[in-house]
Every structure is written in structure tokens, then in C-alpha cells.
Design a protein around this ligand. Structure first.
Ligand SMILES: [Zn+2]
Length: 420
């Protein structure tokens, strides 16, 4: 078993931060009060009171009227503080550490929740739940894999973070697994799959987008500071929330189905700029193709792709599989049959027709085939640590073909910067 730690920033609002500061203050108070009590008892000639005894003091403090406010802080982090203090005393008695010191403001220990029963992580909605704090949103920058062990909330320079420790199974993706699905993230479509399927965005979302535009216009028409404007703003906010919930539901169904069918999935690498822009809720034009088809779908897609990829990552990992990221360069211009790369191959937005071999196919499906082939090459070439001996022993045709597709030959003109 392997323990892996993750650290994410909490997206706290000011009210929650106030609460967290109060919790941290309680931890500091308990630490200091326990040191004072140990000192008082030692001076009275008593022996050291270990962790269990200190926990009884904590119970008394939480019930005493003058320190009843301690009961507003979750109990487990308070107990963990005493456990740490006990350990500090034991180091001191063993001669390997100094006498435990009083803590000042700003030196608070983290809020540690030692048992996964005490908190809950909802990766689908990027949020975490703690006792007396409720659900809080996280900047979940990567998929979390494994079994939750404990969580610690800390403050650093005014920002709050959650550290999670997870136990990961030793099983790595099996060596003889190969990517069996390639996904091309489309624009007219949400995505095209190498098995020939195309994924349309939810119609309901398109309708909602229209309503959203109406609601946005309504807000801009109302007078600033007026009651009607506030109402329109509220209506817009509710609509945003409903769209987000529908999109999330749709994406989860999709990603679960795909991860069930395909343990290893190849998908094009999303640009970091596009990712962060979507996180910020704004859109950016990643290329010509996007700009042509921009508009209605873009907001849906911008936010959907990154989330889709994140869901696929943790769902395939949970099934001992993986997502393989592929450089999307030329995947839309290369022929999935003969590997010839030519801008002219892309006759129209929808049609791919190879100038070299005459192969014709839906352009997005052709790109999905290329992504699958490139994904197989990347997967076969991954370090031996992941158990790639088997796949490396048989250099696949797909690998050579994909290598050709990734590199334009001298005879073909270089692709313009915006093309994929
Ligand atoms: Zn061809």
C-alpha cells in the first residue's frame, strides 16, 4: 500500500474563514491550556497526564460555562491537538525535543480529521464536507485516486488549504491493457469517439443557453441599483446554477459509461490556457476552428471539456485504468488510414477526404481514430515502472503510423499555428 498526499485550496467565503479562524483559535487555546494544566500538576507533585487524561480535561472544558465556546469546534481536531501535544511531551521526556511551548496567534496547528468517517469528498462537484463547516468548494486541480485516510485544514498567508492523504492500491494498469477508445473534442459536436459515435451536447443545455441570453439581456436593461435589476440578477443566478447542475449530470453519465466500457482512453491534451480560462469562467479562442463555430456552444464546451477529462481520469483510475493525453497537433489533418498529413485533406468542417489514398470519413471521427493511434503509441512508450514491458515487446503498427501522423513530412506544408 502506498500513501499519497494531495493538497487543494479551499474556495472559502469570508463567513467560513471567520469560522475556520475561530476553530484554529480553539485548537491553540486547548494546546496552551493543556500545557498550563500539566505544569500546574507537576508543581503539585503529580505525574504527567497522558493523552487519555488530557481528553477528559477537554470534555470538562467543553462543558464548563466559561469555555463552552470550545464545543463549537469539531471535536476530532481538538483531540488531535492533544495527541500531538502528548507526542511532543514524550519526545521531550526521551531527550529528543525541547519542552512543548505555548503557541501564539498565527502558530495554530492544522485542523486534523484523522478518520475518513469525519469528512466527505465529492469529486464530482469538487467539494469537501467537514463537521460544523458543511460543504465547501475546493480548487480540485487533479483527480484524487485511492481510499481516503485523513484530512488536514491549514491556513497559509491568509489562504486555506485541505491536505488529503489517501491509500492507493498497488495495482497499476495492467501491462497488456491498451487504449481502446480515442476521443476528439469537437466544436459542432461535444466530442467524436473512435468507435464511430458522436456525442451531441444536451439539447436542454442549448435551450437553457437561449434562456440565459434573455436573462442576461434583462439584467442589462434594468436600471442599476433598482429592485427589478436585483430580481433579474437573482433569476440569472438561478439559471446559471440550473445549467451547471444539468451539465454536471450529463457529463457524469457520459464519463461513467465510457470508463465502464474502456479502461484506457486516449484524449487530446487540453491547452493549459483553455483550462485555466474555463476555470475562471471566461472563454478563450484556442484556434481557428473554434472561432468559426464559436457562439452558443462555446461556453458549454469550454467548461465541459476540462471537467469531462477530470471525471474520466478518476473514473478510469478507479477501475485500474488510465487516461492517456495526446498532443492534438495534426490529428485533424492526418489520414487515419494511410497517415498522410495535408491541410487539403480537410475538405469542409464535417468531411475528411484524403488526397493521397482517397479515404473519406466524418472529419471528427477521423481525428478520433488518430487520437486513439497516438494514444496507443504514448501508452506503449510509457516508463517500465508502469509495467510496459509487454507492450514494448511488440512495437505496434499503430505506434509507427501514429509517429508518422504526429510529424509532418517535408513534402507537406507546415500547419498554421491555429490549426489542430
Ligand atoms: Zn489516406
Amino acid at each position: 500500500m502506498l500513501i499519497k498526499a494531495y493538497r487543494f485550496q479551499l474556495r472559502t467565503r469570508s463567513g467560513v474563514e471567520r469560522l475556520l479562524r475561530r476553530f484554529a483559535g480553539s485548537l491553540r487555546w486547548v494546546w496552551n491550556a493543556a500545557i498550563a494544566e500539566q505544569r500546574r500538576r507537576r508543581e503539585a507533585g503529580e505525574k504527567f497526564s497522558p493523552y487519555a487524561a488530557m481528553c477528559r480535561w477537554l470534555t470538562e472544558w467543553r462543558h464548563a460555562p466559561e469555555t463552552a465556546w470550545l464545543a463549537q469546534t469539531p471535536i476530532h481536531p481538538l483531540q488531535q491537538t492533544l495527541r500531538r501535544l502528548d507526542a511532543a511531551y514524550r519526545r521531550f521526556f526521551a531527550g529528543v525535543g525541547g519542552h512543548p511551548r505555548f503557541k501564539r496567534r498565527g502558530q495554530e496547528p492544522g485542523l486534523r480529521f484523522p478518520d475518513p468517517k469525519q469528512f466527505e469528498l465529492d469529486q464530482g462537484s469538487a467539494r469537501v464536507k467537514f463537521p460544523k463547516l458543511g460543504w465547501q468548494r475546493l480548487r480540485l486541480s487533479q483527480a484524487v485516486v485511492g481510499e481516503l485516510r485523513n484530512a488536514t485544514v491549514t491556513c497559509e498567508r491568509g489562504r486555506w488549504f485541505v491536505s488529503l492523504q489517501l491509500e492507493q492500491p498497488d495495482v497499476l494498469p495492467s501491462a497488456d491493457l491498451m487504449p481502446t477508445l480515442g476521443i476528439d473534442l469537437g466544436v459542432a459536436l461535444f466530442a467524436a469517439l473512435s468507435d464511430g459515435r458522436t456525442l451531441q451536447p444536451l439539447d436542454a443545455l442549448k435551450q437553457q443557453q437561449r434562456r440565459l441570453r434573455h436573462a442576461q439581456r434583462a439584467v442589462s436593461r434594468k436600471q442599476k441599483g433598482s429592485r427589478n435589476r436585483r430580481k433579474a440578477v437573482n433569476r440569472l443566478g438561478r439559471l446559471h446554477a440550473r445549467i451547471a447542475a444539468q451539465r454536471s449530470d450529463w457529463l457524469h453519465k457520459l464519463s461513467t459509461e465510457l470508463a465502464d466500457q474502456h479502461p484506457v482512453i486516449a484524449i487530446e491534451e487540453l491547452k493549459v490556457a483553455a483550462l485555466s480560462a474555463s476555470a475562471a469562467g471566461t472563454s478563450e479562442a484556442p484556434g481557428n476552428r473554434v472561432r468559426q463555430k464559436a457562439g452558443l456552444n462555446r461556453a458549454i464546451f469550454d467548461q465541459g471539456w476540462a471537467e469531462f477529462r477530470r471525471q474520466l481520469e478518476y473514473k478510469t483510475a478507479a477501475r485500474a485504468g488510465a487516461v492517456v493525453a495526446v498532443n492534438p497537433a495534426y490529428t485533424s489533418q492526418a489520414c487515419s488510414q494511410c497517415g498522410s498529413v495535408d491541410r487539403g485533406n480537410r475538405r469542409t468542417q464535417a468531411l475528411f477526404a484524403c488526397l493521397a489514398c482517397g479515404h473519406t470519413e466524418n472529419a471528427d471521427a477521423n481525428a478520433a481514430h488518430n487520437i486513439l493511434a497516438a494514444g496507443r503509441a504514448v501508452w506503449a512508450a510509457r516508463p517500465a515502472a508502469c509495467g510496459a514491458e509487454v507492450s514494448r515487446a511488440r512495437p505496434a503498427r499503430a505506434q509507427r503510423a501514429a509517429a508518422m501522423k504526429q510529424e509532418p513530412t517535408e513534402a507537406t506544408p507546415a500547419a498554421p499555428a491555429g490549426a489542430r
